[in-house]
Design a binder for this molecule. Sequence first.
Ligand code: HSE
Length: 317
Amino acid sequence: MSREAAARSVVSFVPATIANVGPGFDVLGLALDGAGDQVCARISDSRSGGQVTIASIEGCGGRLPLEAEENTAGIAAIHTLRRAGLDTRVELEITKGLPIGSGLGGSAASAVAAAFAVNLLVGSPLRKEELIEPCIEAEAAVAGRHADNVAPALLGGLILVRSTDPLDLVRVPLPGGLRVVVVTPAHELNTRDAREALPGSVPLATMVRQSAQLAALVSACYSGDLELLSESLVDPVVTPVRLELVPGGREAVDAAQGAGALGASLSGSGPSVFAICHSSAVAQKVAGCMQAAFLNAGLESKVLISSADNPGARRVR
Ligand code: HSE
């Protein structure tokens, strides 16, 4: 080991994220308070296996790989140590709080939690922002190269990913007092499949409309203009295609709007649907109506009523 370890073990927590946030496909993501993944990283004395080993994964019913090279937490840990130039051997224990294939950024949360914990474990050789690249490598291996989950998961709040290479992130303020409802139906949708369903190109007129929506959304976030925010959450490109893949998805979006939400759309690649509301009372009503829409399509669902998670990745022990 080329550097003194800062601790024998570190436990980190990383929040769920809503990627895309309407028209911001692959460029906008919001961290959510109240749900997330946890990773314990400890120095390993074992000489067998690779540099990073995964001792256990709780909360996924045995469905995620224990091989570090095939698991987003393992891949992120390997790339973090590589980037730091360290040969330290590390063991991970992963506790999944986020369901697999739900659109809540579960693969990103595990990757960020591992990168964050491992970096602290070895004495913080990397700045927080430098952990993004190892996490993007992890996402690329399982779901596609995008940072709109890993960036807000790590940094908290609402983040605009202007570029991943070179990395260029912009923190966008979210108007105060908003509540975010996320309804997750009992229907898994793999991000890779949901990306493959998308068109390879869009007509210029659609591109113009989509750019205007994203610009309006960011502007509304800065100005606090909730009417503009409401209108600009509509995505003309990606969401209409993907809602076809989610039974009851379109109806849940419509139900949210009918019940008073400012706007609603798919969370990441789905199947979760989120709605932004201006009060807790409206959020409760919206959640019920969205659940009823999914039930009509034959799907039970779970609800998270939340707000922005501003700290992002943090140490819990
Ligand atoms: N921007 C990505 C997508 C997020 O929509 O495919 C996946 O969580």
